[in-house]
Write a protein that binds this ligand. Structure first.
Ligand code: GTP
Length: 605
């Protein structure tokens, strides 16, 4: 099937789907694939676009997947539709922006019973920024609670898009699916581009495939990309020989070339995803273009933490697992690290907290590793009194304060959309996190707030707090705005007078005491009682700023089984032993694995 490559520009449509979680994005995408004959009903039994367990469980899509559909419209013409799935979380904002840059339009799917939800707005605005033509789709009209007119009004008032000609669908029953396809063809503009210009293709995404090596998703902006062609990646400067060209329908179809305006994949015997940069421009090795596409950004990890195996024997396994994960995720970095108390492990860098949690969960779940993850930290700039400038990725490496002239921390600008009812609590949350309010406006019944915030106040649990305060209605988007000087200090946590390096952190002096107190209180609940009294202290240098005490207790799990049968007793002891394995000893105190991360969740302040 190579005919696809002959589609004229006017018959190509590139689009994505914007939807709030659960409004039916995946179901609709599946229907579009089914309707256009990409797959049989049986092959459809699994939802296709979200293909990782963790993604599905969390309801988020991390890696963009694109499918090509062939649709013969009512005008008798056959169209090539490229449907692009986009990741839906702030940690992956740059990837989203590149996916959007590869499209000319979007379907905005709104649940007919739920109406417009705040989180959708940020995505719609991004799409509008890319000059997209947006087609509103009101889905789930089969539900008894569906109120199409109300939702239509919301789309006009809140989103600000005309909704008279919104397409009404039930992705569940199949109602209106043909109308969606007609609307895509009629309302979303075809791509533009010069077929005769030198090749200019945008690297939209890449992933590792065990059979094909690294697979790269590209959008051809100008020219043609052919199998067998020698190409150059302009950011890395590397040249590669293209050995496969094709698209997904969602089955993998190989072709001989990708033409201007098209989205498809290429392979070029590339071994590691790290050799590819999202947003890079691919051109021909000879007589290529001189000007790369605008908008390229080097993705840098912003959150760092240590990961240590609970069982020291797992170190090599952890190294292997990290290596495997990195094959497919170049935005995540790691290097070996050792800690006095935790032994050998790795210092890892992530795009954000969600990214960290995903990697941590995959290591635990897919690679069966028990890990201790240390407090996440941002990168600080430390100006030494001797004029030297150091980058601090790990609070444990904090130099002696006597030699520090001053420190700088990264700041972000955050835009939050929130319904009026929750505005007060969200403002308080931002104030508590040292935020500086920049702007507050109203769009429909919702407030749009712009805040400048120190990143280190956001990395722990800001997003979780925001969601729980607003019952999921607040949405949050951010970008970094550079470094600013701050009065920062290293806070140590001592358990039974032993410093627990995994819990030491850099904090602003003004919040150190309340953070220290909160942490000690939570640790008190998280660390089981021992046979002796355990003091828990937070200290800056030699000065203790908070203290809690765990009282002594004798715990004998077999006490209940007196006279009982011996095998049951053995079983309990066995169980207790296993529980121990998940503890970490500090001096003579056992700290359970969960305590490390749980203690850092700040909770109510
Ligand atoms: N009644 C009804 N249910 C629908 C319709 N479309 C989707 N659903 C159901 O709504 C739920 C969410 O649909 P999904 O397609 O998974 O939603 P999504 O937006 O992809 O959600 P995420 O993948 O979590 O972002 C599923 O249980 C679907 O079966 C519809 O038209 N009518």
């Amino acid at each position: 099937m190579t005919s696809a490559s002959s589609t004229p520009l006017a018959n190509i449509r590139n689009f994505s789907i914007i939807a709030h979680i659960d409004h039916g994005k995946s179901t609709l995408a599946d229907r579009l694939i089914q309707e256009t004959g990409g797959l049989t009903a049986r092959e459809m039994s699994e939802q296709l676009l979200d293909n990782m367990d963790i993604e599905r469980e969390r309801g988020i899509t991390i890696k963009a997947q694109t499918v090509r559909l062939h649709y013969t419209a009512q005008d008798g013409e056959t169209y090539q539709l490229n449907l692009m799935d986009t990741p839906g979380h702030v940690d992956f904002a740059y990837e989203v922006s590149r996916s959007l840059a590869a499209c000319e339009g979007a379907l905005l799917v709104v649940d007919a019973a739920q109406g417009v939800e705040a989180q959708t707005l940020a995505n719609v605005y991004q799409s509008i920024e890319h000059d997209h033509e947006i087609v509103p789709v009101i889905n789930k009209v089969d539900l008894p609670a569906a109120d199409v007119e109300k939702v239509r009004q919301e789309i006009e008032d809140i989103v600000g898009l005309p909704a008279d000609d919104a397409v009404l669908t039930s992705a569940k029953t199949g109602l209106g699916i043909a109308d969606v396809l007609e609307a895509v063809v009629a309302r979303i503009p075809p791509p533009k581009g010069d077929a005769d210009a030198p090749l200019k293709a945008m690297l939209v995404d890449s992933w590792y495939d065990p059979y094909l090596g690294v697979v790269i998703l590209v959008r051809i902006v100008e020219g043609t990309l052919k199998k067998g062609q020698q190409v150059k990646f302009m950011q890395t400067g590397e040249t590669h020989l293209i050995d496969r060209v094709g698209c997904f329908t969602p089955k993998r179809i190989e072709m001989t070339e990708l033409n201007v305006g098209e989205i498809g994949f290429i392979t070029a015997q590339i071994k590691e995803v790290a050799q590819t940069r999202v947003g890079d421009t691919i051109t021909s090795a000879k007589n290529g273009t001189a000007a790369p596409l605008p908008g390229f950004k080097e993705v840098q990890p912003v959150v760092f933490c240590g990961m240590f195996p609970i069982d020291a024997a797992d170190f090599e396994k952890l190294r292997d697992s990290l290596g495997k994960l990195r094959l497919n995720d170049a935005s995540f970095q790691w290097e070996a690290e050792s800690s006095a108390a935790l032994g050998f492990g790795f210092r890892c860098g992530f795009l954000g907290l969600l990214h960290l949690e995903i990697i941590q969960e995959r290591l635990t779940r897919e690679y069966d590793l028990d890990l201790i993850t240390t407090a996440p930290s941002v990168v600080y700039k430390v100006h030494m009194t001797n004029g030297e400038l150091r980058e601090l990725h790990n609070p444990a490496d904090m130099p002696d304060p006597a030699h520090v002239a001053h420190m700088e921390e990264p700041w972000i600008e955050a835009v939050i959309y929130v319904p009026d009812d929750y505005l007060g609590s969200i403002l308080k949350l931002c104030q508590d996190r040292r935020g500086i309010q920049k702007n507050l406006t109203y769009v429909g019944g919702r407030a749009q707030i712009t805040y400048e915030l120190p990143l280190n106040e956001v990395v722990f649990d800001f997003y979780d707090r925001l969601k729980s305060i607003s019952r999921g209605y607040a949405s949050f988007d951010y970008h970094q705005i550079g470094y600013r000087e701050g009065d920062l200090v290293k806070m140590n946590i001592l358990v039974n007078a032993e410093p627990v390096d995994a819990l030491s952190m850099v904090v602003h002096r003004s919040v150190a005491e309340s953070r220290g107190r909160g942490l000690c209180e939570r640790l008190k609940d998280l660390i089981p009682r021992h046979l002796f009294k355990i003091p828990i202290q937070a200290a800056i240098g030699g000065k203790v700023i908070a203290r809690e005490t765990i009282s002594a207790m004798r715990k004998d799990v077999t006490a209940k089984c007196y006279g009982g049968d011996i095998s049951r007793k053995k079983k309990l002891l066995e169980k207790q032993k296993k529980g121990k394995a998940k503890m970490r000893q500090y001096g003579n105190v056992d700290i359970p694995q969960e305590a490390f991360i749980a203690a850092l969740r700040m909770g109510e302040e």
